[in-house]
Design a binder for this molecule. Structure first.
Ligand code: BES
Ligand code: ZN
Ligand code: ZN
Length: 469
């Protein structure tokens, strides 16, 4: 779907009307007869008058983005080439939701379909009587952010046979090249030489070499230095603690955290944000072979801490442990360090499949992240650490165990495990985002089609912009 933001009345084939209720509409009678009330998540197409109605109940981002997504679906179901939408000149609050709602809901992933439908791109003409620089800036930014989200979806949706650590590194290099930022990729030799035994062990059994990806965006006059670390499990079979068949399906999505940080740095560089950003991804495949790492192994992470492995399916935290150490060793005077991971099924059970779990030691920072997430149209909630859960990952023979001694609070105990690899000076600068739920959906919702959603990108851009204000 194309968008054309214009202050000229362009003739379009269809007309989109977003409405809160129907009492003020001239078509009220027919709409009433057809049972359309102008409520959230409902829409109606009147073919004779070529009008598409979509309901919304609040002026908030979520309600508007869902409404326009409903309308986009109707436009897509026709062969008409264009549709118009009229907004007021003071629509700055709404425009972001509308533009992102259109781009995100019209996303399609056709890479693997043999029938390549050649459909001409449809256009939505957004008419605003008086266009201002402010509106144009919002439009451009929303377009870039949507592009980043859709790039992340493409990566996440790509099959594991076509997207393994080396592919991820190449995609990262291409993204870096596109926005002129630095890209460094390390292989397993580097992991061994730099005592990153924890990350190395997870990828040992794979025929695809693990890669440590580091992109840096270092604009002059940067106001803050922010490090983003992502779990990039291009496949998680569970390893020797093998996943049951039904749970293994979709585990190509275990790279979503890594993909999100790549999408974020690309968008931030493209937007020219005044912030130094480092995107660090542990790209690894968790597989089974004779040389696989085992439950009972003791691994030593880059900071010297020893880890008792009791379950090879709790691999994401082992990869992140070394990536977090690498980040803190390589990058000095960090203002914030955030990690993103599809880390635990427990987080999905706890907060549902639409919501990100936000963890860390600083309550204020957690609350800021949750707020910025909601503003950007993503659900998030804080999950609090406590001293008793911290004890649940104690090991009898090593410094820490990679699983807890209780089934309860699994998202939090995973977060507490990561806290072992955050250096003292960074304790309050760190947040962990568990995106296991929202990163991937098997049933479309709102403006998210089936598959990868690009979770965390919109939240991140909003958070970064506000942290440097
Ligand atoms: N990648 C999974 C977590 C996951 C589960 C993500 C479902 C998305 C949907 C992770 O590596 C994992 O397997 N975690 C285990 C941890 C357990 C062994 C302590 C889990 O959640 O079951
Ligand atoms: Zn796992
Ligand atoms: Zn995993």
């Amino acid at each position: 779907m194309k968008i054309n933001l214009t202050d000229k009345k362009i003739k379009s084939d269809l007309e989109i009307i977003l409405t809160n209720g129907i009492k003020d509409l001239e078509d009220k009678e027919i709409l009433e007869q057809l049972g359309f009330e102008g409520k959230d998540e409902t829409s109606l197409f009147l073919p004779e008058s070529k009008k598409i109605f979509a309901g919304y109940e609040g002026e908030d981002y979520e309600s508007l983005a869902i409404a326009i997504a409903q309308a986009v679906k109707k436009v897509k179901s026709t062969k008409y080439e264009s549709a118009s939408l009229v907004l007021d000149s003071d629509c700055s609050e709404k425009l972001k939701a509308i533009v992102e709602g259109i781009y995100l809901s019209s996303y399609e992933f056709n890479k693997y379909s043999s029938k390549k439908e050649k459909k001409t791109k449809q256009t939505i003409n957004i008419f605003v009587p008086k266009l201002s620089k402010k509106l144009e800036d919002i439009y451009e930014e929303s377009k870039t952010v949507s592009k980043a989200v859709n790039k992340v979806r493409d990566m996440v949706n790509t099959a594991p046979a076509d997207f393994y650590p080396k592919t991820m590194a190449n995609v990262a290099k291409d993204l870096a090249k596109d926005v002129n930022i630095k890209a460094v990729v390390h292989g397993e030799k580097y992991l061994l030489e730099n005592k990153m035994n924890s990350m190395y062990s997870v990828g040992k059994a794979s025929t695809n070499e693990s890669k440590l990806i580091h992109l840096s965006y270092t604009p002059k006059n940067a106001k803050k230095k922010i490090v983003l670390v992502g779990k990039g499990l291009t496949y998680d079979s569970g390893g020797l603690s093998l996943k049951p068949a039904d749970f293994m399906v979709t585990m190509k999505m275990d790279k979503s955290g890594g993909c999100a940080v790549l999408g974020t740095i690309w968008a931030a560089a493209k937007l020219g944000l005044d912030v130094e950003i480092h995107a660090i991804v542990g790209a690894v495949e968790n597989m089974v072979a004779g040389n696989a790492y085992k439950p009972d192994d003791i691994l030593t992470a880059k900071n010297g801490k020893t880890i008792e492995v009791r379950n090879t399916d709790a691999e994401g935290r082992l990869v992140l442990a070394d990536c977090l150490c690498y980040a803190q060793d390589e990058i000095k005077d960090i203002d914030y360090i955030f990690d993103y991971a599809t880390l635990t099924g427990a987080c999905v059970v706890g907060v549902g499949q639409y919501t990100t779990g936000v963890m860390g030691n600083c309550d204020k920072l957690k609350q800021t992240a949750v707020k910025r997430s909601h503003e950007a149209g993503e659900y998030a909630t804080a999950l609090d650490f406590n001293r008793f859960l911290r004890k649940a990952i104690k090991s009898q023979i090593a410094d820490v165990c990679n699983i807890a001694n209780t089934r309860y609070g699994g998202a939090i105990t995973a977060g507490l495990f990561l806290d072992n690899f955050i250096y003292e000076e960074n304790k309050n600068k760190w947040l962990h985002f568990d995106i296991a739920g929202p990163a991937y959906v098997e049933k479309e919702w709102g403006y998210n089609p089936y598959g990868g959603t690009g979770a965390a990108v919109r939240m991140n851009i909003n958070l970064l912009k506000n942290l440097i204000k």
